[in-house]
Design a protein around this ligand. Structure first.
Ligand SMILES: *[C@@H]1O[C@H](CO)[C@@H](O)[C@H](O)[C@H]1NC(C)=O
Ligand SMILES: *[C@@H]1O[C@H](CO)[C@@H](O)[C@H](O)[C@H]1NC(C)=O
Ligand SMILES: *[C@@H]1O[C@H](CO)[C@@H](O)[C@H](O)[C@H]1NC(C)=O
Ligand SMILES: *[C@@H]1O[C@H](CO)[C@@H](O)[C@H](O)[C@H]1NC(C)=O
Ligand SMILES: *[C@@H]1O[C@H](CO)[C@@H](O)[C@H](O)[C@H]1NC(C)=O
Length: 391
């Protein structure tokens, strides 16, 4: 482990390096930066007890990373993880932070960047070229963000999957329920899978009794606007037989930059004169991201349709490269989540989670992410506003 004394406020550092490709972090961390929270940093001594399990279902090695915003972080903020393996960490009950994965890394034995003088060790998600991260990662990276004890009375966990810093790998979340307050798993476990399948295995966070609402099967090879591809594919025949860019075949692993990371403009980053919800609007990237991952943040002010809030408790598993279509939970169960956020999981919530809104999976599939979204928004917006006020 390296340089544990020097934990910095990662998002502040992040925002003060305009020349780098680091983008605006998503709303959760912006809030924290605005309120001047210091990163909790690396504290290797204590086991605080909330499990964070990280699983690699990708066919390749990945290098998961964490950033601690508040509370006591895990004993490591970055490590190598072989395919089909997991690592269990634990954080304090008031932890706030994010988890992402780095790809295509090359480190020296001491955990620094392998290339001489190089500050970058990984193609995506790199954190200044060190294995054990002290800062947040470079875009593009799919993020899991969580504040374990938040809201007015610090009673709720607020969490999201964010594509605000771009997309590198599919990610799913599995809440490991607190036995004192079980919650139907198809309300708590979102997934964002915007990559064509790497294999044909079944979804890791699937539960046959409480199936997660899913998006319709769709083409996942073209949602990233061509100019945002981190590694744009070569034009076939050296460009001699021109295809529209969007029709050039892309590999399954095809990281997508956020517009902010690509252009750095205020309108793409929701900064400057575009720094409020009414002056920052979603562009093509956000629209496409929302289509492939309806439960994920697609731009900084996407809160009502992207933030989950459940009573604090239990632990979390973060799986990279889960299979199956993305979830569409907030659009389906927003109303029920509003009830759960209030601290009670009623019989009615269990019934709806079991039987679906219209008494079956077909009803849900037919609703296709429309039904419930509007109704649900109110509850979530209230929750988010309360949260914003008290951060
Ligand atoms: C690290 O954890 C120990 C034990 O809980 C605590 O006393 C100490 O203040 C912590 N240090 C930091 C920097 O959080
Ligand atoms: C980069 O990482 C991805 C995801 O782990 C993997 O699919 C891809 O094959 C890697 N590419 C190279 C050139 O190693
Ligand atoms: C916070 O706790 C107080 C006192 O128990 C209660 O009146 C209030 O409704 C709670 N607020 C929320 C948002 O739960
Ligand atoms: C499905 O979820 C229910 C409710 O949380 C739980 O009791 C059950 O063990 C889960 N089934 C599997 C296979 O995980
Ligand atoms: C949640 O699980 C129940 C129980 O199987 C299922 O009937 C319901 O359709 C699921 N919800 C959705 C939206 O898929």
């Amino acid at each position: 482990m390296s340089a544990h004394g020097q934990s910095t406020s990662s998002s502040q550092k992040n925002h003060s390096t305009p020349a780098s490709r680091r983008a605006l972090s998503s709303f959760l961390l912006l809030l924290a930066a605005a309120t001047g929270l210091e990163a909790g940093g690396h504290n290797a001594t204590a086991d605080a007890g909330i499990p964070i399990k990280i699983t690699n279902s990708c066919p390749a090695t990945i290098w998961p990373a964490l950033a601690t915003q508040e509370g006591r972080g895990p004993t490591t903020h970055g490590f190598e993880l072989a395919p089909k393996s997991s690592r269990e960490l634990s954080v304090s009950q008031d932890w706030q932070g994010r988890v992402w994965a780095r790809t295509n890394c090359s480190f020296n034995a001491d955990g620094t960047a392998a290339s001489d003088g190089g500050r970058q060790a990984c193609d995506t998600g790199d954190c200044d070229g060190v294995l054990d991260c002290l800062v947040t990662g470079n875009p593009p990276a799919t993020l899991f963000e969580i504040a374990l004890q938040s809201g007015a009375n610090k009673t709720n966990s607020f969490y999201d999957i964010s594509l605000v810093d771009g997309y590198n790998l599919p990610l799913s979340l599995t809440h490991l329920p607190d036995p004192r307050l079980p919650i139907p798993p198809n309300l708590t476990n979102p997934s964002c899978i915007a990559t064509p399948p790497f294999s044909s295995a079944l979804s890791e966070n699937a539960n046959a009794t409480y199936p997660t609402p899913r998006t319709q099967t769709q083409d996942l090879t073209r949602w990233c606007p061509f100019p945002l591809l981190l590694q744009p594919p070569a034009k076939p025949g050296g460009g001699a037989f021109p295809l529209p860019d969007d029709h050039i075949p892309r590999p399954p692993f095809s990281p997508c930059l956020s517009p902010c990371a690509a252009t750095g403009s205020d309108s793409d980053c929701c900064t400057g004169s575009h720094s409020t919800a009414s002056t920052c609007s979603p562009g093509l990237y956000s629209h496409n991201a929302k289509r492939v991952c309806p439960d994920a943040y697609s731009f900084a002010y996407d809160d009502g349709k992207s933030t989950f809030s459940i009573p604090s408790g239990g632990g979390w598993e973060v799986t990279f490269c889960p299979e199956g279509p993305s979830s569409d939970i907030l659009g389906t169960f927003g109303e029920e989540l509003g009830v759960v956020a209030g601290g009670v999981v009623t019989e009615e919530v269990w019934r709806v989670a079991r039987e679906g809104k219209k008494g079956g999976v077909e009803g849900i599939a037919a609703a296709g992410g429309k039904g419930g979204r509007e109704g649900s928004l109110g509850a979530l917006v209230v929750v988010v506003c309360v949260w914003v006020l008290f951060w």
